[in-house]
Ligand binder design. Structure first.
Ligand SMILES: [Zn+2]
Length: 78
């Protein structure tokens, strides 16, 4: 298992996610983001807006994901 925080995954808090693959951890962070969104959490709303800006460009989005995937791959197992 590897660990990344909400912040590391483009979010806004220090909540930790644990997963074996990057896709899994991205899914966990997305779910958490949606929950925070539904609760109207301001810092997460701001972080999500920034992500949405980024995702307007498919190239930027791909670069972001490639980058995070690399970061995940380099993390030590825990
Ligand atoms: Zn969070």
């Amino acid at each position: 298992m590897k660990t990344m925080t909400c912040k590391q995954l483009g979010g806004a808090c220090d909540k930790e996610f644990h997963a074996n693959t990057f896709d899994e951890i991205a899914e966990l962070s997305k779910k958490h983001g949606m929950e925070m969104f539904q609760m109207g959490d301001e810092v997460h709303l701001m972080a999500m807006n920034e992500m949405q800006e980024l995702m307007k460009s498919p190239n930027n989005m791909k670069a972001w994901f490639d980058n995070k995937r690399k970061e995940f791959d380099l993390l030590p197992e825990n």
